[in-house]
Ligand binder design. Structure first.
Ligand SMILES: C[S@@+](CC[C@H](N)C(=O)[O-])C[C@H]1O[C@@H](n2cnc3c(N)ncnc32)[C@H](O)[C@@H]1O
Length: 215
């Protein structure tokens, strides 16, 4: 079977990051703040954001090879050759610790992560304590994690997991997540779930900057 190589220049590989000076070096201007979307799927949030915000770098981590390739083609078709958008075909956990830590990410965007509701699939869930701690370590001080889900059970589970991670603060009052108004920003899965009559729940966490010490 023919093995397809990365779709350049948007698709980078972990070898690029390992041998080519890290993730930031894969962007045209490595000094820009880094936003990372985990699981862009077929949604356009990442490419719209990269187009609208050229003062940040935008990295998509996606573990479906087919979706990465399709996304890269779409970017080229709709945006040309933006120097601030890159895609990496890899499960997020393989990248966050080794390549985004310590302190390289300004904002994570995690919209509609697969909830894996069945107990025997629980091991596939993204928001496990070890992964949440890895996200924290990879954030810059003041960095944020923004999430959305259609599952109240999953939102509750995420709030509980994050509460166990020292150094991450939930920005929302109890229950720790909130109903997201229609039309604020709509991803492909958000649209699908709204059409099915489901509520959309937003979550937000941040890593506090260390207290300034007087002197
Ligand atoms: C339910 S879709 C949501 C897509 C998009 N964010 C949206 O809101 O329309 C979840 C996406 O995340 C990807 N994904 C799930 N777990 C992942 C992981 N651990 N690392 C990278 N991508 C992941 C899946 O392949 C899929 O494309």
């Amino acid at each position: 079977m023919k093995r397809l190589g990365p779709f350049r220049p948007f698709e980078i590989t972990w070898e690029d990051c390992l041998l080519g000076g890290g993730v930031a070096a894969q962007f045209e201007d490595p000094s820009l703040p880094l936003h990372v979307e985990i699981g862009p799927g077929d949604d356009s949030f990442l490419m719209d954001s990269a187009g609208a915000d050229p003062d940040a770098n935008w990295l998509g981590l996606e573990y479906s090879r087919k979706r990465v390739r399709r996304y890269a083609r779409r970017v080229e078709r709709e945006l040309g050759r933006p120097g601030n958008l890159r895609l990496l075909w890899r499960p997020a956990i393989d990248v966050v610790g080794p390549f985004l830590s310590p302190g390289k990410v300004a904002v994570y965007h995690i919209y509609f992560p697969d909830p894996w509701p069945k107990a025997h699939h629980a091991r596939y869930r993204l928001m496990e304590p070890a992964f949440a701690a890895a996200l924290r370590d990879s954030l810059v001080p003041g960095g944020q994690i923004q999430m959305a889900t259609d599952s109240a059970e999953y939102a509750e589970e995420i709030v509980a997991v994050m509460a166990e991670v020292p150094g991450l603060v939930n920005d929302l009052d109890a229950p720790g997540y909130e109903l997201r108004d229609e039309g604020t920003h709509v991803t492909a899965f958000e649209q699908r779930w709204r059409e099915a009559g489901r509520q959309i729940l937003a979550l937000q966490f941040h890593k506090p900057a260390p207290e300034a010490t007087g002197g």
